[in-house]
Structure formats: C-alpha cells, structure tokens
Design a protein around this ligand. Structure first.
Ligand code: AP5
Length: 214
C-alpha cells in the first residue's frame, strides 16, 4: 500500500506513521527525519535546509523533491507511508508524476484532523529520544523513567515562535493541497483526537474500507 499521511504540524503524523508501518510492514519515509539527519551530518542538503527549519519555514521544493526522489528511486518494497511530504502543490505534482512513471500510483492520502488549540499543546510538550527516534509527549505518552534526560530532545522548532511560523506555512502552502488531493487521489479524513491507539484504529478502519472497495 502506498500512502501519504497528511495534516498540520503536530497532528500525530510521525506517531501514527510509525505504528502503521510496523503493523502493515510499510516503509516509513519522513522528510522531516531525513532533513534533520542531513542537518546533523552537515551534508550540503542539511546546510541548505537548516536555516529554514529552525525558523519553522518550509525547505525549498527542489531540495525536498530531490531527497524524496532518491528515497523512492529503487524502492523494492511492498509499500510506503510518506509523512510530511508533499507539502506544496509543486511537491504533490512532482510526487504523482514520479509515481505514475513508475506505474505505482498512490492508494490514498490519509488526513489527520486535529484542531489548532491541541496542536500547540502537543508540540510544546513533545520530546524525542535522540537515539531511537521514539516520539513522546510529557503528558500523553511520557518517556520511560529510565531514559537519561539528556537523550530526550525538545526540537528547536517546537519553540513558540517557530510553531507559529509552521502554522502560518501550513495554512498558506500546505492546506490548499486538500482540494488538490480531493481531485487527484483518494482523500480520507480521519479523526486525529483521542488516544494514540484510538487514532490508529480510526486509520485502520478507513484503510480496511478502502481495501474492501478496491
Ligand atoms: P516535520 O518533522 O515533518 O514536522 P511537522 O510536519 O511540523 O510535523 P511534526 O513532526 O511536528 O508533527 P507530527 O504530525 O509528526 O506529530 P507527532 O507524531 O510528532 O518537519 C519539520 C520541518 O522540516 C518543517 O517545518 C520544514 O522546515 C521541513 N520539512 C519537512 N518536510 C518538508 C517538506 N515536504 N517540504 C518542505 N519542508 C519540509 O506528534 C506531536 C506530539 O503529539 C508528540 O509529542 C506526540 O507524542 C503527541 N501525540 C501524537 N498523537 C497524539 C494523540 N492522539 N493524543 C495526544 N498526543 C499525541
């Protein structure tokens, strides 16, 4: 199955993509994770992306399209979940074009619906284990007590100013993709509120009905 997980910053895309990937044996491709790795490793892409990411702005389309193209070029796998990509109409056109050329179209775009007041609360209390990449929330998914505190990262773009910028970017450049996807793919809206497991079940139900009608 080839899926895009879509939604505003902090909607739970990373959390749910990981659960789904494990459950359905799909490859989880997160452009945020790929870009953060490039920044850590100080690659040319990382050096170019760093300033945009710190400010909460989108990295230019050509940079992101390039890393996705590399990631999907020789994909010999039963399927994938794209998390955090595409985020602009240009990226979406690029992705659909590449998948069409490969003869492997998208099966669906799953859009997580989370109201804005929950987003700030989710992002400001998020912590990430820098060794395993596991995503925690200090209230809703607290890290185990035996993880050393210095392993738990508070992302630099989870500060209030960067969160505000990310939401502005989302509304101006990413949300308009909803109409694009409605006309070009199977666009499924899923309730993103509720416990982590509850949201996973909502997504699974939506995917099962999709499979039943395929
Ligand atoms: P990216 O890493 O993709 O950030 P994002 O889209 O802003 O999404 P987040 O990772 O912040 O949130 P999420 O939806 O994955 O939520 P999560 O599961 O962590 O991108 C970062 C930056 O990279 C961008 O700003 C941009 O600069 C650049 N970039 C990346 N892709 C790009 C692209 N395609 N084009 C251009 N630039 C790009 O959950 C959030 C918190 O909520 C966690 O603490 C979690 O534990 C908690 N949580 C999750 N589910 C629930 C629940 N059901 N109930 C309560 N809490 C929950």
């Amino acid at each position: 199955m080839r899926l895009v997980l879509f939604g505003p910053p902090g909607a739970g895309k990373g959390t749910q993509a990981k659960l789904l990937a494990e459950h359905r044996n799909l490859l989880h491709l997160s452009t945020g994770d790929m870009l953060r790795a490039a920044v850590r490793n100080e690659t040319p892409v990382g050096l170019e992306a760093n300033g945009y990411m710190k400010e909460g702005e989108l990295v230019p389309d050509d940079v992101v399209n390039r890393i996705v193209e590399e990631a999907i070029a020789d994909l010999d796998h039963s399927g994938f979940i794209l998390d955090g990509y595409p985020r602009t109409i240009e990226q979406a056109e690029f992705l659909l074009g590449r998948l069409e050329l490969k003869g492997t179209p998208l099966d669906a775009v799953v859009s997580l619906q989370v109201p804005e007041e929950h987003i700030v609360q989710r992002l400001s209390r998020r912590r990430t284990d820098k060794e395993t990449g596991e995503i925690y929330h200090l209230d809703f998914k607290p890290p185990p007590a035996d993880i050393p505190q210095d392993r738990l990262q508070h992302r630099s773009d989870d500060q209030p100013e960067a969160i505000r910028n990310r939401l502005v970017e989302y509304h101006s450049k990413t949300k308009p993709l909803e109409d694009f996807f409605r006309s070009r793919a199977r666009f499924i809206e899923v309730e993103g509120l509720g416990g982590l497991e509850e949201v996973r079940e909502h997504i699974e139900e939506a995917l099962s009905s999709l499979e039943a009608t395929a």
